[in-house]
Write a protein that binds this ligand. Structure first.
Ligand code: LRH
Ligand code: MN
Length: 408
């Protein structure tokens, strides 16, 4: 356990900053971050997929690896699945296996980007039979979500074109909306359809769902169970992602995140490793919305955001990379919880620009390690989840799986 002195210094300092630590700890204990089944498999770039020993060979083994992350961090009780990467005979058995590991199946992700038929698009394809095939896959994923007890279908469309003139962009939009309407109508009342946008790749001229505005417009047209998913790697350089988050929150259409980080394009690197301040500022906007008693429906939207990791660990050991990711999200969420909100609203009211900026940066600069240690202690979790993993012998045990596990 970290020496009490350091924790007492931290607690005294936060009290002097006017921070209510008990409330902060409660909020931190409630933070849940879903991990992606595909983050445990082999993955790579168009240049190379490096095969590693011990990689899970089945969706069942992916759940077993995910269970290690939850056991050690206490924050990842659900796993997102991708169909057909996680296709199984009996989804009831997959659900039971998850529950036997203390997990639940989270977002179900359809895959409309790996069939040859989708070369010119899936639900936007000019060929009606291809659109029908794609819609049937979406409807199958809605049924899989019901079978595994999931309330989220999370859709990313790779659809787009590579050259001007290649296709009728507006006609594709109508085919897309028609297909999503049919999918939306298949949802149960407690389910949500999350719409993920991306400004390019694999299409290199136009992408049918390229930015938050197109996803938001589509969600509005579908209905209240349709929301936007923000993948932090899907924006052009220079985009103010936390601004988009604030707008989608205020419009009550922010449904979830795919957290990762990037330096150039959709690099899918470990979240918080290249631009931690952006991650912190995203949580600043979310916590500001959570505290906004003037707008209870915005608070409700902020309370049910689905926090998910979406990364490809091309060279990193998979499970440690996932533990690192969850701990990074926890760290920057904790820093945002240490914002002095009263002082901030005073500075904003006084239009005291430098004071306001300082209050935000100051929270980012807080060392939250003592706080995280106390929270882990109170949750009965190891002080250093990463060290605990390496000492668990689990990595050695899974080497028996050999090389050639699941990859996407
Ligand atoms: C697309 C994406 C999408 C997933 C895939 C694994 O870039 O972010 O969320 O389906 O990665
Ligand atoms: Mn994503």
């Amino acid at each position: 356990m970290m020496n009490d002195a350091r924790i007492q210094v931290f607690e005294a300092h936060q009290r002097s900053r006017g921070i209510e630590l008990e409330a902060v700890k409660q909020t931190l204990k409630g933070l849940k971050i879903e991990t992606p089944s595909w983050g445990y498999g082999d993955s790579g770039t168009r240049f190379k997929v490096f095969k590693k020993a011990g990689v899970p060979r089945t969706p069942f083994e992916k759940l077993e690896d995910a269970a290690q992350v939850h056991r050690l961090t206490g924050m990842s009780p659900s796993v997102a699945v991708h169909i057909p990467w996680d296709q199984v005979e009996d989804y009831g058995r997959l659900r039971e296996h998850a529950e036997s590991l203390g997990l639940r199946i989270g977002a179900v992700n359809p895959n409309l980007f790996q069939e040859d038929d989708y070369m010119f698009g899936s639900i936007t394809n000019a060929d009606q039979s291809v659109r029908r095939k794609a819609i049937d896959h979406l409807l199958q994923c809605v049924e899989i979500a019901k079978a595994v007890g999931s309330d989220i279908v999370s859709l990313w469309l790779a659809d787009g074109t590579n050259y001007p003139g290649q296709a009728d962009i507006r006609q594709r939009k109508h085919w897309m909306e028609e297909a999503l309407r049919e999918t939306y109508q298949a949802l149960d009342d407690d389910m949500r359809l999350l719409i993920e946008y991306k400004f390019f790749e694999p299409a290199f001229y136009h992408t049918d769902l390229a930015d938050w505005g197109m996803a938001y417009n589509t969600a509005l047209k579908l209905g209240p169970q349709a929301e936007v998913l923000v993948d932090t790697g899907h924006h052009p350089q220079g985009t103010n992602v936390e601004h988009i988050v604030a707008i989608l929150l205020d419009e009550e259409r922010l449904g979830g995140f795919h957290f990762n980080s990037r330096k150039y394009a959709d690099d899918d690197l470990i979240v918080g490793t290249t631009n931690p301040y952006e991650l912190f500022l995203i949580f600043y906007q979310i916590l500001a919305a959570l505290r906004d008693d003037r707008r209870p429906s915005v608070q409700k939207t902020a309370q049910r955001i689905a926090y998910m990791i979406d990364q490809s660990h091309n060279i990193e050991p998979k499970i440690p990379a996932m533990i690192r990711s969850v701990l990074n999200v926890q760290t920057y969420f904790a820093k945002a919880l240490l914002i002095h909100w009263e002082a901030l609203s005073e500075a904003q009211a006084d239009q005291d620009v430098l004071r306001a900026e300082a209050l935000i940066r100051e929270a980012f600069e807080q060392d939250v390690e003592p706080l995280l240690q106390v929270v882990r202690e109170e949750m009965g979790l190891p002080q250093d989840p990463m060290q605990a993993f390496f000492e668990s012998g689990y990595l050695e045990k899974i080497q028996e799986r050999g090389i050639g596990g699941a990859s996407w």
